[in-house]
Ligand binder design. Structure first.
Ligand SMILES: [Mg+2]
Length: 330
């Protein structure tokens, strides 16, 4: 997966629970035969050429492609190779359908990245079984890809996903000349919470905190991630310092409003968070890592000044560490 592209979506791309199948063949009669086999189980789309297939792929991401080898202009092998070269389409399984039963042809198809090779004339039941096998493999791979980006305990994004999204958003903001905000969040005196109530209660606390934070981040472009132990982090595209501080304060209040008793906290009788905010304009220089470090410095500042509060800073690549703003916690 290239860093500049969104990862492939999880689960089926088709409507409802039906997998989305794309049939590419220059002969409408061939398409009709396959359509009749799959029309009840799949959402079936057809393309009469490689070019038409790529046009379709700009709009939708099928779960599987049945691909004819011999077509005018762009042949099946070329289509398959191009699919495998793009991060957006590389994960889509391709099955070649051909009337040529030459083993060398089959080998060439597999080398091009196909998962299977079906020779015409074929048996409907066999084709169905082979396609279903590959759809199952695809579904499992999608689940694994999704799991690899999600924090198992809280269900929010994990650090790996956060790092990837921060890089993508940094570059996007650099291109567009927009601002980018990063928020670091740390649960106050969490070790003491664990020590008093046990790790199960600690896990439950983190789940509730994650839920409260997620509720406040209502823009689809905002990302909340569990950054480590009791630390969370957010990326807020197109957000200036004022907006990011308002968001940070709202997040602080959401967690406080959970009213989870924390008798050993020196900050409040309930579970609270300390928050560091940094906002930069990537087109003016710097790096995603430096912006993140700046938010981390602000988090440290919030902790040093009594916790359960928000500290924020306009990050500048030229003058790192200036313009500290102490935002009122309430
Ligand atoms: Mg053909």
């Amino acid at each position: 997966m290239s860093i500049d592209s969104e990862p492939a979506g999880s689960g089926h791309a088709g409507q409802g629970n039906r997998p989305l199948l794309l049939i590419v063949d220059d002969q409408p009669s061939n398409i009709q035969v396959l359509f009749d086999i799959f029309k009840d189980d799949c959402e079936v789309y057809m393309a009469l050429s490689g070019e038409a297939a790529f046009k379709f792929l700009e709009q939708r991401t099928p779960d599987l492609i049945l691909l004819d080898i011999v077509m005018p202009n762009v042949g099946g092998f070329a289509v398959c190779q191009r699919l495998k070269e793009s991060a957006r389409t590389a994960e889509i399984p391709v099955i070649f359908v051909t009337s040529n039963s030459d083993p060398e042809e089959e080998a060439r198809g597999l080398v091009a990245g196909a998962v299977d090779f079906i020779v015409k004339p074929f048996h409907a039941t066999v084709v169905k079984a082979r396609v279903n096998t590959q759809l199952t493999v695809k579904r499992q791979a999608d689940q694994l890809r999704a799991m690899a980006m999600v924090d198992g305990l809280t269900g929010v994004a994990n650090r790996r996903r956060f790092d990837a999204v921060l890089e993508i958003e940094w570059r996007r903001a650099a291109r567009e000349g927009a601002e980018l905000a990063v928020i670091m969040i740390d649960v106050d005196f969490f070790k003491r919470y664990n020590d008093r109530f046990g790790h199960l209660a600690g896990d439950n606390c983190l789940q509730q905190v994650a839920g409260a934070l997620q509720q406040r981040l209502d823009r689809s472009s905002d990302l909340l991630a569990r950054y480590g132990g009791e630390e969370f982090a957010c990326v807020l595209p197109a957000t200036g310092l004022d907006g990011a501080l308002i968001c940070g304060n709202a997040l602080e209040q959401r967690v406080r409003a959970l009213a989870l008793p924390h008798p050993d906290s020196e900050a409040a009788p309930v579970v609270t968070v300390s928050i560091g905010v940094a906002v930069g304009r990537p087109s003016e220089g710097g790096s995603a890592a430096a912006l993140l470090a700046s938010a981390d410095t602000q988090l440290y500042c919030a902790k040093q000044s009594g916790r359960a509060r928000v500290c924020g800073q306009q990050f500048s690549a030229q003058r790192p560490g200036v313009d500290v703003v102490d935002a009122p916690a309430n």
